[in-house]
Design a protein around this ligand. Sequence first.
Ligand SMILES: Cc1ncc(COP(=O)(O)O)c(C=O)c1O
Length: 452
Amino acid sequence: MDMNDDTYVFYRNPFTHYPVVARGEGAYLFDEKGKRYLDACGGAVVSALGHSVPEIVEALKAQLDKVEFAHTSQFTNSAQEELAKLLTERAPGGLNHAYFVSGGSEAVESALKIARSYWVQMGRPDKWMVIGREQSYHGNTLGALSAGGNRWRRAIYEPMLFKAPRAAACSCYRCPFDRKPATCALECAEDLERAILEAGPEKVAAFIAEPVVGATAGALVPHANYFRRIREICDKYDVLLIADEVMTGMGRCGSWFAIRQFGVVPDMICLAKGLAAGYVPIGATLVHDRIVDTFHSRKAIFQHGHTYMGHPLAAAAGVAVIKYMEANKLVERSKRMGEELLTRLTTALHEHPHVGDIRGRGLFVGIEFVADRETKTPFEPEMGFHRVLGEIAFKNGLIVYPMGGTIDGRRGDHVLIAPPFVITKAQIGRLVELLVKSIDAAVERMQLKVDV
Ligand SMILES: Cc1ncc(COP(=O)(O)O)c(C=O)c1O
């Protein structure tokens, strides 16, 4: 491997030679050599509007002309007030308060601390534990990493993580309870009850889950009744339900909040990524009235905070993004174009010998690859199929989000496809064409026999 040593940047992977991004336009990014890339994943499911939208750039400039920063311990600002109003108006009933931070991990950390603080205010200081799920990801800061079940991301930091019991994943393609959807008795949801009872309900503060699992499992959609049962179990044992919508929120799955599609109201929702669509870093935790009212009635403050919370520029971007999405009906478009994308991918790949499952909601689609379709046997992890596919696609001018460890943190390969909501039908056609070409080239590179 060739080290990239002509730089002062501490890259996450110093063995990769990254092209320099020069500009963006709609669904495309261009590097400084003029090569064009179809951005089919918004980096890491971030760029919901596409690149360089003039209305958002103007809104940012207008905010900068007023004020760039004022600390939230001294001032509020009209941008964060407006963003909180816009968000809570769109959120499921009762989630009427927004706590602003600078990214997804911070939004999750805040939710965990709000849960803990709430139970202290309620006179139940023994409640501190958080239950997450197998094959989940909630961020890379130590608290968020502790709550998540992504083994390879956790591995090296294991000694530094706090104990967070895990409930089963909800995967209909690889059901951990060997069920078919027709015979499903929601054992995966029931497994939360097992985890709560084992930990001791008096100790459990919250359960956190992604409505549609993103980075670790490739747009894994739960059973239609899964979250209803989860809500019942949480209520039975006084456990707060946190929906981590850092990837799925803000229209990505075809509605402002994906959890709405599963018929429950969580106690908190974590947001980031699509919230300012990549124009500025931002995150938010939406909090239910009953939690905030508890703080207020006890005259308690929430002991937490970050320097850049409620940053005027970030909030102004969030406001502009929501207004742009509304004016251009982009949430509806995410649903419509998502159906188009899923149909086209299914048509192109449903008989491919190495495509095991194609799934998703809205413009949040995952493809899981297998060595053998009948047995669902994955590729050997050492082959790094997802990585090879990602590299070939990138060379072909298509950016997708490939990931390994889909099954258990080690085995399995998938790719996430999450283009901007402005993507056209013609661009979806090109995306599918480039992806199929890249998959076939990746399979060929690995000298696998394909009978298509
Ligand atoms: C569901 C989920 N939660 C939290 C995070 C962490 O967000 P960030 O990388 O902005 O800290 C991510 C990032 O991919 C995510 O997918």
